[in-house]
Design a protein around this ligand. Structure first.
Ligand code: THU
Length: 149
């Protein structure tokens, strides 16, 4: 059965990716964070001439979620990425969040006291894979390890 939340999040992520600022890698990434009340917060990757200082789409979406005071309310995220071409993003492989973004997702999961669903989509929109953050980042280091609960 089609996962409606996953489809909607990947569609929002694809829309967000149109505004990716990625002139260096020419790889556009879009993310869409789902909050418990149904709000969707988008993000794109945001590169700059000092390559290593670039921000990932998931990080941008999660930071925007925090700015809105909603960091505890994250239930899911959809991610999509591919080569930027004249006609849009190209790619038939789902992309997965990088290690740093998994750690930031773990912070949101811990603050909200729930696991987060992670939908990984292909740029052509054909594939949407559903995962749990706990699968993608097992044995995570988190606030509890610093005595913060
Ligand atoms: N990127 C993301 O936005 N999210 C990820 O999880 C992996 C990589 C971006 C960073 C950079 O702008 C481009 O993809 C190529 O690495």
């Amino acid at each position: 059965m089609e996962d409606v939340a996953g489809r909607v999040l990947i569609d929002h992520a694809l829309e967000a990716a149109k505004n990716a600022h990625a002139p260096y890698s020419k790889f556009g990434v879009g993310a869409a964070v789902l909050l418990e009340d149904g709000t969707i917060v988008p993000g794109t990757n945001f590169e700059n001439a000092s390559y290593g200082l670039s921000l990932c789409a998931e990080t941008v979406a999660l930071a925007a979620t925090n700015v809105a005071g909603r960091f505890k309310d994250v239930v899911a995220i959809g991610i999509v990425g591919g080569a930027i071409t004249k006609t849009g993003l190209e790619g038939d492989t789902p992309i997965y969040p990088c290690g740093r973004c998994r750690q930031i997702l773990n912070e949101a999961a811990d603050m909200g006291r729930r696991d987060i669903t992670v939908y990984c989509g292909s740029a052509d929109g054909a594939i949407v894979r559903r995962h749990l953050l706990s699968e993608l980042l097992p044995f995570a280091f988190g606030p509890g390890d610093l005595g913060i609960s």
